[in-house]
Design a binder for this molecule. Sequence first.
Ligand code: SAH
Ligand code: SF4
Ligand code: F3S
Length: 437
Amino acid sequence: MSKKLYIKTYGCQMNVYDSERMAEAMGAEGYVTTDVAEEADMVLLNTCHIREKAAEKVYSDLGRLKPLKAAKPDLKIGVAGCVAQAEGEEILRRMPLVDLVVGPQSYHRLPAMAKAAGKGEKSVVTDFPEEAKFDHLPERPKAAVRPTAFLTVQEGCDKFCAFCVVPYTRGAEVSRPAGRIMAEARGLVEKGVREITLLGQNVNAYHGSAADGDWSLARLARELAKIDGLDRIRYTTSHPNDMADDLIAAHGEEEKLMPYLHLPVQSGSDRILKAMNRRHTAESYIRLIEKIRAARPDMLISGDFIVGFPGETDADFAATMDLIRTVNYGMAYSFRYSARPGTPAAEKEPVPADVADARLQELQALLAGQQRAAQEAMVGREVSVLFEKPGRLPGQMVGKSDYLHAVHVKTDARTGEIARVRVAESAPNSLGGEIVR
Ligand code: SAH
Ligand code: SF4
Ligand code: F3S
């Protein structure tokens, strides 16, 4: 009988992708995945270290596994992801019920580590090996998949923003060879995938080797667009300083490149941007957005913001609010600054929690209004929708528009079909529309 694997994924989309690859690697060892932790022979937590809350959640979840492990002593418990990388051995010390700890660059070692755990041997692997993990993970299987898929093309970060753990947990920037990405994309499309989101911590810094020299992200996107049956290409997350002209131009020319761009800025104050080591100004970011909108006027811009970075004054915060008003975001993610061990900013005097909280509320109210307006502006327009699953009501399907809004439609279309839809209404978290005949 096959063994069961339960994976819980925290954090960013790259972890979602990695969890799939780990499930596939364990599949080759006879494990099938389950959604029920109680049924599992192995529980794997794929963790996130980005903010304190995310990292601490892992320990409370591990604590909650204690009764399960007591009732089922053969249960193996593994910790993967960025907390594994950042804390390594410390996890075993704090949580003796853990059997293995594996960092993001070592997932190809997971099957061997699971076997060792079966023999009662604990292991911790957090090196940044020379061999690329993806080259050592099994080929992606032929099983049916969803119509959308993530595909990691680049990992790691050399930017060292003063607040961020990613350069430490994911290591230096590495791009996967273009040929492997093309092959993986073709494989996904053969299995029915119609939309691929290319992933990287700095995805637009992609520069993968190919027979005819290094490919930029723009070149990769243009080559992917030639694959029949692949209809939509997205990518995330981009850094403003890597937003190259050829990529901006591609947005104006390549229809399969979707008009949605996640381009975090973090702050609108030059003083704070400097202290964050972002290496760009508010002005240069705004000019960049203008250039992007000149190439693709309907581009929906999404961003990330941190409030309460050490030293942030009311004037700095006001500058962030001004930038938000200037750019006008269709989507946004915002966070209260969280001091992370080992990062330069963690040494600095924090902004009082109540001040940071009040700023976050004010900023989120502004962004929520912009988001609502962007969604409401879709009413009356025609969009394309890729149907992903049945909706809540009978005869209804739900999918994503080009602009990544969820759209409910009454239709007999099936999962994986793309249709032209006229948007008729805007609800709090989704749009409603009708098929255009
Ligand atoms: N590579 C991407 C994403 C990094 S993590 C980028 O450069 O944008 C995702 C978001 O988490 C960041 O954009 C930032 O807004 C937020 N973040 C990162 N570190 C943080 C910290 N220490 N405290 C609060 N938010 C943080
Ligand atoms: Fe973190 Fe900055 Fe790198 Fe993004 S660019 S992953 S925020 S260090
Ligand atoms: Fe979190 Fe690591 Fe992603 S810290 S956001 S899981 S890169």
